[in-house]
Design a protein around this ligand. Structure first.
Ligand code: ADP
Length: 137
């Protein structure tokens, strides 16, 4: 049983099933009163793409993701939603180094990438995290 579980959440079209399963696992592995942090890392949009997007795009995307994340966090006891900017793997690891969760629950890869044993973010987290990592297949 774990006291502080970090669940990194990627918002893709088909992540719902994996996200639901990751949260179920987090719930099952949590000690009474455990904290569950749902973290999404907003990756920077390349400069050449930004030129083609409406100016309010980033703000609107930020608001929409924050609201989705908050809704998801309400589905788990002691759930906390957190949205940060950066590179997914690096930022998850930095956050974990600073806040010391005792477990990270992460999917092995995004849907549609079944040929890969581990996706790029999952690889980085499994390799470098200082705490236990539960990988969801
Ligand atoms: P792929 O390389 O196949 O896209 P990833 O390793 O990036 O796969 O994704 C596996 C898992 O990593 C996701 O289900 C999610 O838990 C986590 N993840 C990926 N991107 C992000 C992100 N931007 N913010 C938070 N978690 C992420």
């Amino acid at each position: 049983m774990y006291d502080h579980i970090l669940v990194p959440i990627a918002f893709d079209e088909q992540t719902d099933e994996k996200t639901t399963r990751a949260l179920e696992i987090a719930r099952a592995l949590s000690a009474p009163q455990a904290k569950i942090t749902l973290l999404h890392v907003m990756e920077a949009v390349p400069g050449y793409v930004i030129n083609y997007l409406p100016t309010e795009f980033s703000q609107e995307a930020h608001k929409a993701i924050e609201s989705e994340l908050t809704k998801l966090a309400e589905t788990v006891p002691n759930g906390q939603a957190l949205l940060i900017s950066g590179h997914s793997g690096r930022s998850i690891l930095d956050w974990a180094d600073a806040h010391k969760p005792d477990l990270i629950v992460i999917a092995s890869h995004r849907p549609g990438m079944q040929d890969l044993l581990l996706g790029s973010t999952a690889t980085q987290v499994v390799r470098h995290a200082q705490c236990a990592v539960h990988v969801l297949r």
